[in-house]
Design a protein around this ligand. Structure first.
Ligand code: CA
Length: 221
């Protein structure tokens, strides 16, 4: 597994690089947008961690040009107040994003999730214990019972199950399930989590969806 780190703040770049190497990834690091694009086009990385604020060519532009030629998974790093970067990045085909400052464990979890998504063909069946989701057929069951979910409930469950062990913020769930052109409140996510819990957790006396206080929701193995 080879990861390209694109970040001009050397302390962050070095730290991320050391952590990734510690996890067994091969890494390369580059601090300039134009060089990053050249490297990303010439080499086949398993994933690219791409900062947005970069010298010579910003990360959004690097991503835009890269996507014209290849689909290497990209996680963009954005500053907390740069919401437009996040929107533009996802719009241009970034696979995920992290807001700075971030916990390294969170970045590692997202890297694992995004690298895995690509290396394994998309599974059409997701399961967790007795809970089974046939993604293509849109059928959810618990043991031998069929569970009737609405489209959004289904999409939210599939999103959480596909990102197993990764804490999903309300904002991320909103982007993934409702789309980032959705102008509603993030409370809608809580409402749908409640629907899912009443149909699955409450109905079968299990805890499938966990709340992580102040962070979001997660389905763990
Ligand atoms: Ca930067």
């Amino acid at each position: 597994m080879k990861i390209l780190i694109v970040e001009d703040e050397t302390s962050i770049a070095r730290f991320v690089q050391l952590e990734l190497e510690h996890e067994g990834y091969q890494t390369e690091s580059v601090a300039d947008g134009r060089q990053a694009l050249d490297k990303a086009v010439q080499n086949d990385y398993d994933l690219i961690v791409l900062d947005v604020m970069l010298p010579s060519l910003n990360g959004i532009e690097v991503l835009r040009r890269l996507r014209q030629v290849k689909q290497t998974p990209v996680i963009i790093l954005t500053a907390r107040d740069q919401i437009m970067d996040k929107v533009a990045g996802l719009d241009l085909g970034a696979n995920d994003y992290m807001t700075k400052p971030f916990a390294i464990e969170e970045l590692l979890a997202r890297i694992r999730a995004n690298v895995k998504k690509r290396s394994e063909p998309e599974k059409s069946t997701l399961s967790l214990g007795k809970l089974k989701v046939d993604v293509e057929a849109h059928v959810v069951s618990y043991g031998s019972d069929a569970i009737d979910l609405t489209k959004k409930e289904f999409d939210l469950l599939v999103y959480l199950l596909s990102n197993r062990n990764v804490v999903i913020s309300r904002e991320q769930a909103l982007d993934a399930v409702w789309g980032f052109d959705f102008y509603g409140n993030t409370n809608v996510v809580d409402v749908y989590i409640r629907y899912l819990r009443s149909k699955i957790d409450d109905a079968y006396g299990v805890t499938v969806i966990q709340t992580v206080r102040g962070a979001g929701y997660v389905i763990r193995d």
